[in-house]
Structure formats: structure tokens, C-alpha cells
Design a protein around this ligand. Structure first.
Ligand SMILES: Nc1nc2c(ncn2[C@@H]2O[C@H](COP(=O)(O)OP(=O)(O)OP(=O)(O)O)[C@@H](O)[C@H]2O)c(=O)[nH]1
Ligand SMILES: [Mg+2]
Ligand SMILES: [Zn+2]
Length: 316
């Protein structure tokens, strides 16, 4: 029997798992009864997994999944307890929005930022299609995210502007690109590495649900690091966040969230709430608090939210 070699799972297709071993892509199958790190997911492996495979000729068999550092999950599948794993072992989440087509939604950005905080991933907010203009209102909204400590990159995949600054942030890290369909995630990856030649949405417009990219894929970056493209989502629902912890995952609300009368305050209706007092004093913008409450209530829904509660367009 051949020795086990270590690699990284780069793609999952129906019954086909592709593993990168030192730059060589090997089609693999799964060992029967493979131990999975997360039983709530349909497949025992996820893109980004570090795995040990046994090579048999041109193919391999995945023999072991190494422990995961983190995972980006969405509520999914049929049962309430089931989850979809977008990717695992991610250093940073690149939250991509367009300047206006489709409109950037504050609620979607905030959900992804909360998920990144919760999962120990850094977050970068990428505003693409800047060739179509950046309004003063959008710039002001972005400045408030920068004040919270998040990195913001303004790009145009079309005109290749802001791409070099973006590449600097990607070096030697595993970066997962997420966001609505049609914001230009795959176009950005192609601009970063023109050899990728990922499919991008054509000029024909079919509204919001175009979904050009249909599966998650991981690629090596020539200068070091890995990029993960993902299919555009309609909405991103948060999974498995206790209500009492939500405000602690929002950096600008966090300082107030532990000064309330009740230690398990949800900052929604309880008396003696320090966060609501801060809103009254004008220290926390009302819009930011309203966004918090919208996300708080969506945690009740089971699927953690849908596109109806993504809140206003950023900068409106
Ligand atoms: N004007 C302009 N158009 C862009 C830019 N980047 C991408 N586009 C266009 O936006 C459309 C969608 O681009 P994609 O890269 O396919 O978007 P995506 O986010 O990968 O979409 P999904 O794969 O469906 O999630 C295409 O028609 C691109 O040509 C940009 O910087 N400026
Ligand atoms: Mg795409
Ligand atoms: Zn409170």
C-alpha cells in the first residue's frame, strides 16, 4: 500500500473530489466511513480542508480529514439542524459588493462581518465596479466601517484599478470571496490572476439571480496564498449565534454591551440597557442599532434571515 500524502481539497463535484498536492490536482474518492469533522453537513469534506490521501495510480482516496481551524457555515439543507459549509480553514473573508449594480445592502455586509468575527476570520470589505462612480454617501458609510477597524478596498475589475492593493492583502493567506451574485467576485479573481479564466456573467442582464459561478473552488495564488471563489448568494443567514452574544460580535456596539442591568440583555426591550442609552445619547447611530435589531430578530427564524431583512442600501 502506498503512503499517505497531505493535500488541500480544492473542488467538490458530484462524487468527485479534487485535491491539490504540491500544485498537482488529483481526482479523489472518499474512503468508506470517512470520519467527518462536522456531522451536520451533507458531505464529510469541504473546500479548504487539509486531507491525507492514498494515491493509487492517477487517482487518490481521501483517508483522513485533518482538524479544521474554522468554517463558514450557512443554515441549509432540509432539516433545521443541517448546515452548508461554504469553505473551511479560511484566514479572511473578502466581502464583495458593487457600487450600485446590484445595490450594496448594509444587512448583508453586517451579517458577513459578524460571521467573520464569530469564526476568527479577518474581514475585508471590497467595493467593486468603482468605474460606475462612488457616491459621497457610500464613501461616508465605508468610512464608518473603517473606523470600526475593517479594511476597505475600492476596486474595478473592469478597469483593473485597486487590484494591486488588493493583491497585497491576499499574499500568503487563504481568502474566501463572498457576496451577492453579479457583484464581480469571479471578475476580481480573474483580474488578480489572469491565468484563472473563471466564467463571469455575460453582458445579458437577467436581474438579480444570475448565478454564473455554481460551485466553490480554491486556487493557488502565484505570489503565495489561496483564493476561494464562491457562488453568489441571495441572502446570508447567520447560524448558531446566541442572541446574548450578537452585540459582542459588532465592534462598535461591543463596548456598551456588557454594561446593561441584565447580563443576558438582548438590547431589544430590557430596562437598564446600556446600548439603548448610548443610542439615545447619540453615541451609536440609530441606523446601526436598527440593523442590530433586524439581525437579532432574524436569529429567531431558524434560517437566520433572508433578503427581505437585509436592510437599506449602504449609503442611503
Ligand atoms: N462596470 C463593471 N462591471 C463589472 C466589474 N466587475 C465585474 N463586472 C461585470 O459584472 C458582471 C458579473 O460579474 P461576475 O464576476 O460574474 O460576478 P460574480 O460575483 O462572480 O457573480 P456570481 O458568480 O453569479 O456570484 C459581469 O457582466 C462583469 O463583466 C467592474 O469592476 N465594473
Ligand atoms: Mg462568479
Ligand atoms: Zn442591553
Amino acid at each position: 500500500m502506498s503512503d499517505l500524502v497531505e493535500g488541500r481539497l480544492v473542488r467538490i463535484e458530484p462524487r468527485a473530489f479534487t485535491v491539490d498536492v504540491d500544485g498537482r490536482e488529483i481526482p479523489c474518492s472518499l474512503k468508506p466511513k470517512l470520519f467527518t469533522p462536522d456531522r451536520r453537513a451533507k458531505t464529510p469534506v469541504a473546500v479548504g480542508d487539509r486531507v491525507k490521501i492514498r494515491i493509487e495510480g492517477e487517482r487518490g482516496v481521501i483517508d483522513e480529514v485533518l482538524p479544521r481551524r474554522n468554517a463558514l457555515l450557512r443554515p441549509g439543507g432540509r432539516g433545521k439542524a443541517e448546515v452548508q459549509i461554504t469553505a473551511v480553514n479560511v484566514d479572511q473573508l473578502l466581502i464583495v459588493v458593487a457600487t450600485k449594480d446590484p445595490p450594496p445592502r448594509a444587512g448583508l455586509i453586517d451579517r458577513y462581518l459578524i460571521a467573520s468575527e464569530r469564526n476568527g476570520m479577518d474581514a475585508v470589505l471590497v467595493i467593486n465596479k468603482c468605474d460606475q462612480g462612488v457616491s459621497d454617501e457610500l464613501r461616508a458609510a465605508l468610512a464608518s466601517y473603517e473606523a470600526m477597524g475593517y479594511a476597505v478596498c475600492l476596486t474595478s475589475a473592469l478597469e483593473r484599478s485597486g487590484i494591486d492593493a488588493l493583491i497585497e492583502r491576499l499574499r500568503d493567506k487563504t481568502s474566501l470571496f463572498v457576496g451577492h451574485s453579479g457583484v464581480g467576485k469571479s471578475s476580481l479573481l480573474n483580474a488578480i490572476d489572469p491565468t484563472l479564466q473563471l466564467a463571469t456573467g455575460g453582458l445579458a442582464k437577467h436581474g438579480r439571480g444570475r448565478h454564473t459561478t455554481t460551485s466553490v473552488s480554491l486556487t493557488r495564488l502565484a505570489c503565495g496564498g489561496h483564493l476561494i471563489d464562491s457562488p453568489g448568494i441571495r441572502a446570508f443567514g447567520l447560524h448558531d449565534i446566541p442572541k446574548g452574544e450578537l452585540a459582542l460580535l459588532m465592534p462598535d456596539l461591543r463596548p456598551y454591551a456588557s454594561d446593561c442591568k441584565y447580563s443576558d440583555c438582548s438590547h431589544d426591550h430590557e430596562p437598564g440597557c446600556a446600548l439603548r442609552a448610548a443610542v439615545e445619547r447619540g453615541e451609536v447611530p440609530r441606523s446601526r442599532y436598527d440593523g442590530y435589531v433586524r439581525i437579532l430578530h432574524s436569529l429567531d427564524g431558524g434560517d437566520g434571515g433572508d433578503e427581505d431583512d437585509e436592510g437599506p442600501t449602504l449609503g442611503d
